[in-house]
Write a protein of this length. Structure first.
Ligand code: SAM
Length: 279
């Protein structure tokens, strides 16, 4: 067999786009070679061109999904870009807690949660700084398209290197158990979190029931992989899922695709978005 041609890479890019809406730049085609080695090995294949030929000849939805998932970028860390968490602690959560004091419930969604650090960071923040929430109904949802990272999030186990990125030492001591080489999130925090696989680019979002409203949504560092059109559709769906006084955080380099339905608020060195209501 020959090495993959540009048509093979084009086929793979299209396949990934079709399933996850991630737009991969041709200048990064080499990533297919590095990231699909495990899949090639499992298929008993030596080169990407064999894989493409196989897919061209026969539909294989499971294999196609595995390829799309393998091409996701799962970079994350605890309290990544600490400013949104700090703003929640000092300003936004106290206000939300006041307005929810009768309903006694708060819902959070880490959309594109990767290996779960964002969701667990929220759990630790709530537990550490808001003891008055004991007895409230608190739920932190985490979803990601990639099954492998969702399993890791569910396991709540992190390597020393992951723990050393962004986590204050006292949080490690207080909220993790040391298990062999790894650190495991304590049940007190895990019970707040719920992880599952979910694609943000399907016609229906992972949450779509009438009462599925969130108080805070983190949609960070994922839209940069999407086209402008996908971002617009996704943010319209997110708008419907936020409570009228809810809060959306995007990644520090991301902006709403349709600014007309969002009010942006600059505070504490960061920006968050509130859904504008139709007048
Ligand atoms: C760079 S990580 C960001 C993780 C976290 N939000 C953060 O900011 O640290 C991007 C995540 O988006 C996920 N992702 C990419 N396309 C997606 C899609 N269509 N639906 C859901 N998740 C997706 C990837 O699997 C990856 O875990």
């Amino acid at each position: 067999m020959e090495q993959a041609t540009s048509a093979d890479y084009g086929y793979l890019r299209q396949l990934v786009f079709g399933l996850s809406q991630n737009v991969l730049d041709p200048s990064r085609d080499y990533l297919f070679d590095t990231r699909l080695t495990k899949i090639l090995r499992n298929q008993g294949m030596a080169h990407l061109d064999e894989l493409v030929l196989h897919l061209r000849m026969r539909k294989d939805p499971l294999l196609e999904r595995a390829i799309a998932e393998a091409m996701t970028i799962n970079e994350t860390s605890f309290f990544r870009d600490s400013r949104p968490f700090e703003l929640l602690r000092t300003e936004l959560l106290p206000k939300l807690i006041e307005t929810r004091k009768h309903a006694r419930g708060l819902r959070f969604w880490s959309a594109a949660c990767s290996t779960g650090q964002e969701a667990y960071s929220l759990g630790m923040l709530l537990t550490e700084h808001f003891p008055l929430l004991v007895g409230w109904s608190l739920r932190i949802e985490g979803t990601d398209i990639c099954g492998e990272v969702v399993e890791r999030a569910q396991s709540g186990c992190y390597h020393r290197i992951e723990i050393n990125r962004g986590l204050p030492a006292r949080f490690v001591v207080r909220y993790f158990d040391h298990v062999g080489e790894d650190w495991s999130v304590k049940p007190e925090i895990r019970k707040l979190t719920h992880f599952r696989q979910g694609n943000l680019c399907l016609p229906t979002l992972p949450f779509n029931r009438a009462g599925d409203r969130f108080d805070v949504i983190f949609l960070r560092n994922v839209m940069l992989y999407f086209s402008q059109e996908t971002r617009k559709t996704l943010l319209a769906g997110i708008h419907r899922l936020l409570a009228p006084d809810g809060i959306l955080f995007l990644g520090s380099s991301e902006q709403p695709a349709d600014p007309s339905i969002w009010t942006s608020v600059l505070s504490g060195g960061t920006c968050y978005f509130k859904p504008r209501q139709p007048s």
